[in-house]
Design a protein around this ligand. Structure first.
Ligand SMILES: NC(=O)c1ccc[n+]([C@@H]2O[C@H](COP(=O)([O-])OP(=O)(O)OC[C@H]3O[C@@H](n4cnc5c(N)ncnc54)[C@H](O)[C@@H]3O)[C@@H](O)[C@H]2O)c1
Length: 324
């Protein structure tokens, strides 16, 4: 697919970050888009702003849908078929995602399962629902967003990331498994997996909202301590991000800073990430690494699979790769 003009794309999680930028760039390229998010305000805002950027008569529609709820996904499909008067779609971006459920042992079961439901079942339900419409097109592309945590299941020392990594491994495995399935049963449709490194978005704040945690300023002392358990504190002190004698208030401020710093201090913007993804789709890639950090970590883990969780070895191998 060399051009998106005149096509129809579905984008989940279009209200913020990479999804919002995908909607903008597709609309600018003359592609109609049906975008969804579970946040009604943000998806209405994206759809309105994207419609103003459309070229070649493209239409952008915004829909409210929780991708982890199959009935919602089916309603979204029905709405878009009516709105875009079509019986097929050309591109499907399974982009919506949240963090959370960091520890299988210490996080609440509810938070773990909520994270897994959005990050895995959301991709599953949307693929079940939209693949028939991709198959009904002349040339369809299913684009599933995984993460570096889809091949490396940690954020580093004392920073487990179990629910997210489990789901993102599943997304990567599912997408790779579909490659042969589609070649066999629907050769005009292909699947691609997106593997971003650190991209500057509001995913930390959106994750907090998804799990209905209070704003950092409104957290009780007990909630702050639950969010930064002793082992996390040790790591922050070692990393020079927290004084050894930090108070609960210092921790609270750190939580607030983390949300904006994740967005503002990233090596790659959401717009640049969306461009990399769309360039990859145009080029026919099935595996789209987003960011030099993702490429460096991917090389390091492939070169040293047995040392994947030996942090100094992997950090050195990734740093060596990043400078070459
Ligand atoms: N930002 C990063 O550094 C990074 C790194 C690796 C992977 N990713 C992945 O990229 C994708 C986009 O993330 P982002 O950084 O743009 O985050 P973001 O929070 O800016 O955007 C995600 C959007 O998805 C929406 N969403 C969340 N759960 C939903 C649900 N159940 N139904 C519908 N919409 C839902 C959110 O409301 C939000 O608008 C995610 O899959 C994420 O896991 C991001």
């Amino acid at each position: 697919m060399k051009s998106f003009a005149g096509k129809l794309a579905v984008v989940t999680g279009g209200g913020s970050g990479i999804g919002r930028e995908l909607v903008f760039q597709l609309a600018t390229a003359g592609c109609s888009v049906a975008a969804c998010d579970w946040d009604a305000e943000s998806i209405a805002d994206t759809a309105g702003a994207a419609q103003e950027r459309t070229t070649q008569g493209a239409i952008v529609s915004g829909h409210v849908c929780d991708v982890s709820n199959e009935a919602d996904v089916q309603r979204f499909r029905d709405e878009l078929l009516t709105r875009h008067t079509t019986q097929h779609v050309d591109l499907m971006f399974n982009n919506a995602g949240i963090g959370g459920g960091a520890s299988f042992l210490a996080a609440s079961r509810e938070e773990w399962e909520r994270t897994f439901a959005v990050d895995w079942w959301g991709v599953y339900y949307c693929s079940r629902t939209f693949l028939p419409l991709l198959i009904a097109s002349e040339q369809g592309v299913l684009v599933n967003t995984s993460s570096v945590n889809g091949f490396w299941a940690t954020l580093g020392p004392n920073m487990p990331n179990t629910a997210y990594a489990t789901a993102k491994f599943a997304v990567k495995g599912f997408t790779e498994a579909l490659i042969e399935d589609l070649r066999t049963h629907a050769p005009h449709v292909r699947a691609a997996v997106v593997i971003p490194g650190h991209v500057g978005t509001d995913i930390i704040a959106n994750t907090r909202r998804a799990h209905r945690h209070n704003e950092p300023d409104a957290l009780s002392d007990a909630q702050v301590q639950a969010l930064v358990p002793p082992e996390g504190r040790v790591k922050l002190v070692r990393a020079g991000m927290l004084a050894a004698d930090a108070s609960v208030d210092d921790l609270r401020q750190l939580l607030a800073r983390r949300e904006s710093e994740f967005r503002d201090n990233a090596p790659l913007s959401a717009a640049a990430a969306a461009s990399t993804i769309l360039d990859g789709i145009r080029a026919g890639a099935w595996r789209i690494l987003v960011g030099r950090d993702a490429a460096a970590l991917d090389s390091a883990v492939r070169a040293h699979p047995d040392a994947a969780y030996d942090y100094p070895t992997i950090a050195k191998a990734a740093a060596d790769r990043a400078t070459t």
